[in-house]
Design a protein around this ligand. Structure first.
Ligand code: K1U
Ligand code: ZN
Length: 167
């Protein structure tokens, strides 16, 4: 297994649209293991393949306290959504920046698991927010891009300052 490098905003590669996974092969299973290790190491509660510069529709999530309930979503599709919520979000590609985004309060998602089997997940609260955040990564959208131009410009300036300090 390996810890992968996480792309940092505003890296253009974060805007790549991921392609559907044609077959769940051992290569995809290895990617899932590496993504999970990278997410646990960061630490984070989710990671999309886009963030590690792999442009296939693969997501890993674990919101459990014990960090022992890995959820793998391959080719995820939201088939139902209800309500609205605005959770404070963070992103491993935008370190140190947190803010609210309006999203559905609950979602039903169908996806393949690591065995290539179709499963349906009903999610609400933090899990629903995390699924929607990670699915945005797969279409090249980063959560700060929901904000106003003014707030985004200020965020970019803060990020550049931080990045200069760590160089
Ligand atoms: O996509 C990512 O970069 C992962 C991101 C997921 C996320 C968090 C909060 C709301 C929506 C989506 C993170 O994991 S940021 C880090 C984080 O939230 C966290 C880290 C350690 C413990 C608990 C939370
Ligand atoms: Zn993110």
């Amino acid at each position: 297994m390996a810890i992968l490098k996480i792309l940092q905003y505003p890296d253009e590669r974060l805007h790549t649209v991921a392609a559907p996974v044609a077959h769940v092969t051992n290569k995809i299973r290895l990617l899932i293991q590496d993504m999970a290790e990278t997410m646990y190491d960061a630490p984070g509660i989710g990671l999309a393949a886009t963030q590690v510069d792999v442009h296939e529709r693969v997501i890993v999530i674990d919101i459990s306290e014990k960090r022992d309930q890995l959820l793998v979503l391959i080719n995820p599709e939201i088939i139902a959504s209800h309500g609205a919520s605005d959770y404070e979000e963070g992103c491993l590609s935008v370190p140190g920046i947190y803010g609210k985004v309006q999203r559905a309060e609950s979602v039903t998602v169908k996806a393949l698991n690591a065995q290539g089997e179709l499963h349906v997940v009903d999610a609400s609260g933090l899990l629903a927010v995390c699924i929607q955040h990670e699915m945005d990564h797969l279409v090249g959208k980063v959560f700060v891009e929901y904000w106003s131009q003014l707030k985004l410009t200020r965020t970019l300036a803060r990020l550049k300052k931080k990045q200069r300090r760590t160089m």
